[in-house]
Design a binder for this molecule. Structure first.
Ligand code: NIG
Ligand code: FE
Length: 426
């Protein structure tokens, strides 16, 4: 056994313990322990709770000590929706939007996702990897310890495989865990748009060639579709997600972001792991989500960055009993941020979620949406020692401060992967 580590001295320890995922009133339960401690050995949590109890554990005596010095200790964030691999920013389109063009207008003119596709196809794997490594360091610097990552800026076999292989390589080369999702159905690529049966042909290519190849190489766990006007309609989304399921890939879906397509109810019918965006959902969609185990993943960073006024109806979803998660949707077009604390700030001010609800949805519920709630998302014995320490006295200050980074230390599998300054170790 390697040397154990004992973290103590937190002003607040949020364990998020209990049977996850949380719905309704339970979302506000962050499992706060006063004068708590966490004992780590071999990357796992071996004891957690009131300090006296944790210190009685046989490993505690010889453990190296990390003094949290009055800061707040909680599980590392689980960012369950990102588009990690892309070649460049789209700052040009950002400026166009500010001066009046809409996201969809820019996309119709061949910008948007297609802009990122041409840049990605032209980029080398090495350049993409370097950019992703830099982003992953930033994710860790904001307290995130696991991310989901989608392909979707390749849109041909070679380029999609290039992205998905990078997910695997990056997972092995740095500390954060990366959960891989195949999003070949992001938009119809340019080379198919000039043909009369282009959309149909591209869906067939996805189903007959890309999905079987990617599943055989075990390059993805989930299959996602952008179900939206200008992308994939409901029937095409159903076809693709069902084909993914046959290959063992669980569905996720981008639904009701800019228009209502019916993607939410499709997701529920297919038993999708998550249904993401949801700005345009109606009462029936909310009821369907509430009765299901499909996680409603809200991405307020998109509305903020696009300057849209209509955020997803988080309170209605919570009141109805849906399982909510929050994620960054880190991508170059609609949400260029890796900061979960910023997403929490938006959730509180724009979605009217309380700080406690926001933290629950960014940890244990997000872990559930990735099928990893038994391993991560809360500080409980047997789980990975994935922990973030924030330089605040009260957990409500994590969303309260915005546009500044209050993350002090990030620990992945028991190892410090980010530290603002060295913690006092005695
Ligand atoms: O989640 N909606 C589709 N995909 C991304 C946007 C992609 C882009 O504009 O590059 C999203 O918002
Ligand atoms: Fe997305």
């Amino acid at each position: 056994m390697s040397i154990a580590t004992l973290i103590s001295g937190a002003s607040q320890l949020l364990t998020l313990r209990g049977r996850g995922p949380r719905r309704g009133n339970a979302l506000a339960n962050v499992g706060l322990v006063k004068n708590g401690a966490v004992l780590i050995a071999d990357g796992l949590i071996v004891a957690v709770g009131p300090r006296a109890q944790v210190e009685a554990h046989p490993f505690a005596r010889s453990a190296q000590r990390l003094d949290a010095a009055g800061r707040v200790v909680l599980p590392g964030f689980v960012d369950s929706h990102t588009h990690l691999i892309h070649a460049a920013s789209r700052a040009d389109e950002y400026e166009l939007r500010i001066t009046g063009a809409s996201y969809e207008e820019i996309a119709r003119r061949g910008g948007g996702i297609l802009n990122s596709v041409s840049k990605l196809r032209a980029a080398t794997s090495d350049a993409l990897k370097q950019r992703a490594h830099a982003a992953l360091k930033q994710f860790a610097a904001y307290g995130t310890t696991t991310i989901e990552a989608k392909s979707g800026y390749g849109l041909d076999l070679a380029s999609e495989v290039k992205i998905l292989k990078l997910h695997k390589e990056l997972s092995a080369e740095q500390h954060l865990d990366i959960v891989s999702t195949f999003l070949g159905a992001h938009v119809i690529p340019g080379e198919f748009r000039t043909r009369p049966s282009g959309a149909k042909d591209y869906v067939s290519l996805l189903i007959d060639e890309l999905l079987p190849d990617i599943a055989a190489q075990k390059l993805a766990e989930f299959c996602d579709v952008f179900c939206e006007r200008g992308a994939f309609n409901l029937a095409q989304s159903k076809q693709i997600l069902e084909a993914g399921k046959l290959h063992g890939l669980r569905p996720r879906i981008h639904a009701e972001q800019l228009s209502r397509t019916g993607g939410t109810q499709l997701a529920v019918k297919l038993g999708a792991a998550s249904c993401d965006h949801l700005e345009k959902i109606n009462r029936a969609d909310i009821r369907a989500l509430a009765k299901s185990k499909t996680v409603a993943t809200l991405l307020p960073g998109c509305d903020f960055h696009l300057g849209l006024k209509q955020y997803a109806p988080a309170r209605d979803l919570i009141d109805a009993g849906a399982i909510l998660a929050l994620a960054t949707d880190y991508n170059p077009g609609t949400s260029p941020t890796v900061s979960m604390p910023m997403i929490l700030s938006l959730a509180c001010t724009q979605l009217r979620m309380t700080p406690a609800e926001a933290i629950t949805t960014a940890t244990i519920n997000a872990a559930y949406s990735l099928g990893r709630d038994k391993q991560i998302g809360s500080l409980e014995v047997g789980k990975l020692a994935d922990i973030s320490i924030f330089d605040v006295d009260d957990y409500r200050e994590i969303p309260y401060y915005f546009g500044m980074n209050t993350c002090h230390t990030t620990i992945k599998r028991g190892q410090i992967v980010y530290s603002k300054s060295s913690l006092s170790a005695a």
